[in-house]
Design a binder for this molecule. Structure first.
Ligand code: GLY
Ligand code: MN
Ligand code: MN
Length: 393
């Protein structure tokens, strides 16, 4: 199950419509970063590139061109096969595969690129994505490119990507649903093995084994397996502690399927039973999440939903005798209620206030983090906004 050629073609067409006449857009998949003499860091494709092409290999370049009459063309540049290198790292994508995956007909080798961007065909505007990490942005030290850039107006593609990626197609929603289904299944297998004395990293390793075994690409993000007080650190990923009977353990987990992320949090007792206070706190988080899921609907502003979360926590904690001494709930709840989810776990979103609209996929993740009780509880699910409300994925 991969995204279709049509999906990528439509996204390129949509992007091209937003470009000025007499312009080119250059989008790069990224390059490998050396970790030591003979090893690289794991490669993560520039997700905007992947969104437009379906290709997740380094050193591939997409060029979209729009001529002065507004006619649009597209070209993809891949690396030529290197038989010596193949012996070490395996085969790279070839022209047929690149065409089949992306639906782009004009596939060239990288060495032919200078011909395509030479000065004589100078466009008025060149678009780059200014927000991607440096290793995923085009190498502007290239001589041909330097020449091309002279006297050209540079424009940023990032706002356009944010606008496009915030609304998911049904195909994308299916991918996220699948990523969550695998996350859920792997979590259940892992949780059934949990017992006091197990190390947090054992839980995380078992989860990773299970998602891969179920057919996921791998993890959407580093698994958080935070027992006891460790759970008050929101992105605790060292996972080195031994779990203890009587403590809770917070899991924040996600499988990745065809690039799309799942993002689920569950908090459970290590020995299978909660104490009275733990249960009281857990019930508060669960009931706040339920109310929030009802409030996620078209037109709802994420800023207001954050305020609603704080008000609900204040009220419920106060009634349960769990309010901090200062009375300020932000001592116990100190993150946002949710974020867009997609190819990135914290997916692209347009700047400013986010007002929910159909097709957005968002997390709903209230949490309480109470040092004195040595606990952190987060319950996180993902929803797609529908015409009337939302559907839990
Ligand atoms: N898994 C990271 C987050 O929920 O934000
Ligand atoms: Mn999340
Ligand atoms: Mn999460």
């Amino acid at each position: 199950m991969a995204l279709s050629q049509i999906f990528h073609s439509e996204k390129r067409k949509y992007l091209a419509e937003a470009l000025d006449n007499n312009s080119i857009a250059i989008i790069y998949s990224g390059r490998q970063i050396a970790m030591s003499a003979d090893a690289n860091y794991p490669f993560y494709t520039n997700n905007n590139f992947y969104y437009l092409t379906g290709i997740s290999e380094p050193e591939v370049v997409l060029i979209l061109m729009k001529n002065s009459q507004g006619l649009f063309s597209e070209k993809l540049f891949i690396e030529e096969a290197d038989l010596e290198k193949e012996k070490w790292v395996g085969k790279k994508i070839n022209r047929t595969q690149a065409k089949d995956i992306s639906g782009i007909n004009e596939i060239f080798y990288s060495k032919e690129m200078s011909k395509e961007i030479k000065c004589s065909k100078k466009p008025g505007v060149i678009y780059f994505d200014f927000m991607v990490p440096k290793h995923q942005s085009f190498k502007t030290e290239d001589d041909d490119l330097k020449c091309l850039l002279k006297n050209c107006v540079l424009k940023d593609l990032h706002p356009q990507f944010s606008k496009m990626r915030i609304i998911k197609t049904p195909e994308e929603v299916r991918m996220i649903k699948k990523a969550n289904a695998l996350t859920k299944k792997a979590f259940r297998t892992m949780a059934s093995e949990l017992k006091p004395g197990m190390f947090e990293y054992e839980c995380a390793a078992l989860f990773e084994y299970c998602v891969k075994n179920e057919g996921a690409d791998g993890l959407a993000f580093e698994t958080i397996a935070a027992s006891g007080k460790n759970a008050t650190t929101l992105h605790y990923v060292s996972n080195r502690s031994k779990t203890k009977s009587g403590e809770l353990i917070l899991f924040d987990l996600g499988a990745r399927v065809q690039g799309y992320c799942g993002d689920i949090s569950r908090t459970i007792p290590v020995n299978g039973e909660m104490t009275g206070t733990q249960e009281k706190a857990w019930n508060i988080v669960a009931s706040v999440q339920k109310e929030l899921i009802n409030a996620y609907k078209p037109g709802a502003d994420m800023k207001d939903l954050q305020e609603l979360t704080k008000a609900l926590f204040s009220d419920k904690c106060s009634k349960a005798g769990l309010l901090p001494k200062s009375g300020d709930i932000s001592e116990f709840y100190y993150h946002g209620i949710g974020h867009p989810l997609g190819l990135d776990t914290h997916d692209l979103r347009p700047e400013g206030d986010l007002v929910l609209a159909p097709g957005m996929v968002m997390t709903v993740e209230p949490g309480l983090y109470i040092n004195e009780l040595r606990l952190g509880i987060r319950i996180e699910d993902d929803v797609v906004i529908t015409s009337k409300g939302c559907e839990v994925l």
